[in-house]
Design a protein around this ligand. Sequence first.
Ligand code: S3P
Length: 166
Amino acid sequence: MILIGFMGSGKTTIAKALSDKLNIKSIDIDEEIINTYETTISRIFVEEGEAGFRKKEYAVLKQHIDKNINDNVVISTGGGVVTYENSLKSLKSQKNHNVYYLDAPFEVLYERIKGDSSRPLANQDEDKVKALFKDRQTLYHDAADYIIKTEQEIPEIIKEILKYEN
Ligand code: S3P
């Protein structure tokens, strides 16, 4: 299982819930980037810009997709992973994991992420964040095998995902 979706869509929370329920490993790509490069996401953005971050994100994503190709794991990604062509290709070309898009309305997401200093791209004018959200819609739909509406309780979301896993 691979979870994609905008910032604040609950990827990390749902991944943890799936991992607890199924007793499988959960891999958070943002966390792995932080551990691998021993830095923070904000620092990478400051020092290398978004372009530098996307390269690192791709390297870590690819490494974990390759390593876990035959394993039942849940991988949660960062919200912008679909904007980098190589990452998008990796998500689409691997066939062993279903890709789930956690879908939520912009207003709900923005309330959760606004002013979050650990998320450089959330920390800007609402119009800009909304433009990002709009630009990414096609990419999320392109990458996803299944679209999960997240305006329901977590156990319902988990149930829906697991329906597709058997
Ligand atoms: C980003 C989302 C973040 C993180 C980085 C960039 C984005 O992950 O990868 O700040 O471009 O949307 P979350 O979706 O977990 O916040």
